[in-house]
Design a protein around this ligand. Structure first.
Ligand SMILES: Nc1ncnc2c1ncn2[C@@H]1O[C@H](COP(=O)(O)OP(=O)(O)OP(=O)(O)O)[C@@H](O)[C@H]1O
Ligand SMILES: [Mg+2]
Length: 253
């Protein structure tokens, strides 16, 4: 049994069957990539895991407990954190202030605006946030305005903010989309480091095959809302069904 079990999940939007019969098991401690052409249903599937969408059919369990019907913050409290396609940081705050928010929320269960003043003076939260920034190699950016950072650094901060919640499952939706190659490589190194040094499972949706083949231990190929194949990177490379899904080629040609 995987730490994350997706069984017979289906989701329809009006006349469009966005997901049908999705079965997927993610092994604890692994890096599992979900790839597939535009519109394959990757983000829809991810949204079903984090409480943004409720599938019409099927079940999704994390550590044996259903995530369906739970609010996003409850899923967060279960140990699942998600990195969105566009960095979800507070641009008007400093890097340090950004990092303090999940540290505070982790300890006190939620972050409310009226707690901001006390959070800023809270030694324990300051130390925790500084430790996280160190861990993310961002200590030198502590007082920078978050909006002024490069896309790669914003992503690094966002991943750090997720890790501050100490998740056991980290979900990433195209974390390197729109990034320059150097930032992409830094993100790959960061995720490799996180996977090697923490008891964490990573599920990543990604278009960039360089990222996928650098990180993933298992790959699921989704096409038209259904898993086509699931295998190791070596077996996925050049797989006729994968070529077919991406290029519309028939197998063997
Ligand atoms: N809220 C929605 N309402 C209606 N249709 C939707 C909705 N969300 C997604 N879809 C449709 O469902 C299908 C799957 O979309 P989804 O965003 O999951 O694809 P994706 O694999 O993430 O694609 P991309 O690689 O472009 O991000 C698409 O045809 C999309 O237009
Ligand atoms: Mg998507």
């Amino acid at each position: 049994m995987g730490i994350l079990e997706i069984k017979n999940v289906g989701k329809r939007f009006g006349g469009l069957q966005a997901l049908s019969d999705v079965n997927l098991s993610v092994a604890e401690g692994s890096v599992h990539a979900i790839i597939g052409p535009n519109g394959a249903g990757k983000s829809t599937l991810l949204n079903c895991l984090v409480g943004k969408l409720i599938p019409d059919t099927g079940s999704v369990t994390f550590e044996g407990q259903s995530v369906l019907g739970r609010k996003p913050y409850e899923i967060n409290q279960m140990g699942i954190s998600r990195v969105f396609q566009t960095p979800e940081i507070f641009g008007d705050l400093s890097v340090m202030e950004n990092m303090m928010i999940p540290c505070f929320a982790k300890r006190d269960g939620a972050f409310e605006l009226n707690a901001y003043g006390s959070m800023m003076k809270d030694k324990e939260i300051i130390e925790r946030a500084e430790h996280m920034l160190d861990d993310m190699n961002m200590a030198d950016k502590r007082d920078m305005h978050a909006a002024s950072m490069s896309r790669g650094d914003k992503r690094r901060l966002e991943i750090g903010m997720c890790l501050a919640q100490e998740p056991r499952l980290l979900l990433l939706d195209e974390p390197t989309a729109g990034m320059a190659r150097a930032d992409t490589n830094n993100t790959i190194d960061l995720l490799k480091h996180i996977s090697a040094t923490r008891p964490i499972t990573i599920a990543i949706i990604e278009h960039d095959m360089h990222v996928v083949f650098s990180l993933a231990e298992r790959i699921t190929v989704l096409a038209q809302g259904t898993p086509l194949v699931e295998d190791t990177p070596d077996n996925i490379k050049g797989h006729p069904k994968v070529r077919e899904a991406y290029l519309g080629e028939s197998s063997g040609h």
